[in-house]
Design a protein around this ligand. Sequence first.
Ligand code: ADE
Length: 246
Amino acid sequence: MHIDVLTLFPEMFSQVLSASILGRAIEQGYLSVNTYNIRDYSVDKHHRVDDYAFGGGTGLIMMAQPIFDAINAIDPEHTAKRIYLSPQGRVMNDAKARQLSHENRLLLLCGHYEGIDQRVVDTLIDEEVSIGDYVLTGGELPAMVMIDAVARQIKGVLGNENGADDESFANGLLEYPQYTRPSDYNGLPVPEVLLSGHHKNITAWRRKQSVLKTALNRPDLLDKVQLSGDEERMVKELSALQDTDK
Ligand code: ADE
């Protein structure tokens, strides 16, 4: 997959793209990323990229011209799926990351200041995507979050082929707790079943922990998961207990 990023702050990306799994994915050719400075496309003699909002308001808006020229230069045939990162977008989730991981090419537009001229979004952008219900100072961190979430879904990037299938959200549930050596850390033991070598019991324990964790932290996810009768009862008991705690 190839990703082009349009930003006013390309220097923010270098560390994130060179370390750890993303760094290795790029080195091994699963992913390539180019960053472009939108300011380089400004025809203003002072390379200005923002201006006041029509209708009033405090913040500055990114102007259409530099972004139009940048996108038309970088993706002239519109072969990339063009995404504008913005708090007004549809909220990204695991399914979205998986879907985007099948694209050949993405173009990510990072906004800054109070947003960008809407004519860019209306004319050039395929999807407006948010990474969550909070507002950041710009689209750079969201773009990095998206690159990470998408890259790790590309086959081969995580190394072990089902690495991304066992984790939170993959089966609609949050992931079960994990432990490593030592089996007793300063008097804190690892749940005994995990040391038993009994795979069926371990699988059953993990499933139960996943259901409990999801019921506790993200009960909204359970609506879309098929639970057994026993699991349904367990979740009901848990929520009754929580109600009496209130
Ligand atoms: N830019 C600022 N806040 C954002 C968010 N939550 N998601 C995507 N882009 C953003």
